[in-house]
Design a protein around this ligand. Structure first.
Ligand code: GLN
Length: 234
């Protein structure tokens, strides 16, 4: 039987706007196919062992400080996991910590774990609203979600965006990019939560993690929700 091991990083601190819904979506889409799924919650002080998928949700600056400090202990291991081909998904605050650093409005700059060649600086505005992204990573070529961040993220080197922003602000409200990918590491500002509204992206992650294609599921309800949000601002 196929098996997927998911590490849910710091859910007690980084789960703003129901980002745990991404774990539910991945788990259910495995169960519905008879794929065995194990979800390990990783908390402050816990060791991290090898997993197929690593997920980290979003959070306020305060929670990010505690997680950023803890993550430094696992930086080399998680970079090795990236280079081995493990799949990562970071949402908003989690995404920011996948980069080199996050400089909040006040206080110290938070070190990231450099899974992505990216950096984030808190901006003057808070970007809030629905986002529609045009992507060539999955089909259909749209991703939808909800953003709420003041951080402005800039990509460098071989780290490329998930796609182009059609509606909303995305990474920084300037270069029309949203999210990031390097190897099998993905980051996005899309809350919502992200994967239940983008089942095609959830399956893409699962297929990368399993190294095989998966049977299609009947996703009428999911795509009805997805399509209802395309180009919707609020
Ligand atoms: N605190 C970060 C910001 O404001 C991330 C917010 C979030 O995860 N929604 O940009």
């Amino acid at each position: 039987m196929k098996k997927v091991r998911i590490a849910h990083l710091y859910p007690k601190l980084l789960n703003i706007y129901g980002d745990n819904g991404n774990i539910i979506a991945l788990s259910k889409r495995c169960e519905w196919r008879g794929v065995n799924v194990v979800v390990d919650e990783i908390g402050i002080g816990d060791a991290i062992s090898e997993h197929d998928i690593y997920f980290m949700g979003g959070g306020q600056d305060l929670q990010q400080i505690e997680v950023a400090f803890e993550l430094q202990k696992h930086k080399n291991f998680l970079q090795d996991e990236r280079d081995r081909g493990a799949v990562f998904l970071g949402i908003c605050g989690g995404y920011q910590l996948f980069g080199h650093y996050y400089k909040p409005h006040e206080g110290e700059t938070l070190k990231g774990i450099s899974l992505l060649d990216a950096y984030t600086i808190a901006g003057q505005n808070r970007y809030i609203g629905n986002v529609t992204v045009e992507t060539d990573i999955v089909e259909p070529h749209t991703l939808v979600g909800f953003e709420n961040h003041s951080g402005l993220t800039y990509l460098e080197g071989d780290t490329k965006p998930l796609g182009k922003v059609n509606t909303g602000n995305g990474n920084n409200g300037e270069d029309k990019t949203e999210g990031a990918r390097y190897k099998n590491v993905f980051g996005t500002y899309l809350h919502g939560s992200f994967l239940p509204k983008n089942p095609h992206f959830a399956d893409y992650m699962l297929e990368l993690a399993l190294g095989t294609s998966l049977e299609k599921l009947e996703d009428d309800v999911e795509f009805k929700t997805h399509d209802s949000l395309i180009c919707k601002k609020y």
